[in-house]
Ligand binder design. Structure first.
Ligand SMILES: [Zn+2]
Ligand SMILES: [Zn+2]
Length: 241
């Protein structure tokens, strides 16, 4: 009986994979099929032990982490490389009005967080904020959607507005490395309402992509300056620029 009901529902509301377009059973409650999930580009092999940048020739730390004097996060980790299917999915989440993809993608992040034993060392989950102007245009902050689902799955406290973005920045990918750092200077601030709530807490900072890590580092700086005990960063994908 249930089978027939599911079949009828799937006829009325056909659900297809956001990547390959294959039909997905309604009862699976997914937007990406298993076949596509299994072929996402995993981040493995040699990576920087601090920021997870893929390293061509071994060594523990990338040149960026060696040169940067102050890195405020303990570690940055990502399950995937920002390429191929993950790039397509993130672009769909951000620019094609598909906020529902956040649930599917957050599940992949949650599995990774558990596998890496990160969940045991966090009290609070906070997203990298976007400027209200962008939020207004898009209607949502993709990092916040991901963080919210992860917090629900892991049963952790979620503060969507603990960090705020103080100025509107140029898209980072249009800038050179030095300009990126300047572009982000004093870009983030703590929301005064959360000062006491983050004090002495272990924080998991969530974003969709890590490119140079300067965004993650600036956010971590603000959290640490406001007495957060430790910041661990997890992004869905790691760009290897
Ligand atoms: Zn598919
Ligand atoms: Zn590094």
């Amino acid at each position: 009986m249930l089978k027939i009901l599911n079949f009828i529902i799937s006829l009325i509301f056909p659900r297809t994979c956001s990547l390959c377009g294959e039909n997905i059973s309604f009862k699976d409650n997914k937007n990406i099929c298993d076949k596509c999930i299994n072929t996402l580009p995993k981040l493995d092999g040699l990576v920087c032990h601090k920021c997870s940048l893929p390293l061509a020739d071994g060594g523990a730390t990338c040149s960026d982490c060696k040169e940067t004097k102050n890195i405020y996060f303990k570690v940055l980790k990502s399950p995937f490389v920002y390429t191929d299917k993950i790039r397509v999915l993130i672009k769909k989440l951000k620019y094609s009005q598909r906020p529902f993809l956040a649930k599917d993608l957050s599940k992949l992040m949650t599995d990774f967080i558990i596998k890496e034993n990160i969940d045991k060392n966090i009290d609070i989950i906070v997203p990298v904020p976007i400027h209200w102007n962008k939020g207004l245009m898009r209607g949502y902050n993709q990092a916040s959607l991901l963080a919210d689902w992860i917090a629900k799955e892991l049963n952790k406290t979620f503060y969507s507005n603990a960090l705020i973005r103080t100025k509107y920045t140029k898209p980072q990918f249009k800038l050179k490395k030095q300009q990126r750092a300047e572009n982000l200077e004093n870009m983030f601030a703590i929301n005064k309402k959360y000062v006491d709530k983050i004090k002495h807490k272990n924080i998991l900072l969530i974003d969709d992509i890590a490119t140079t890590c300067s965004t993650a580092n600036q956010c971590s700086k603000v959290l640490k300056e406001n007495k957060a005990k430790q910041v661990i960063v997890v992004t869905l994908a790691r760009a290897s620029y």
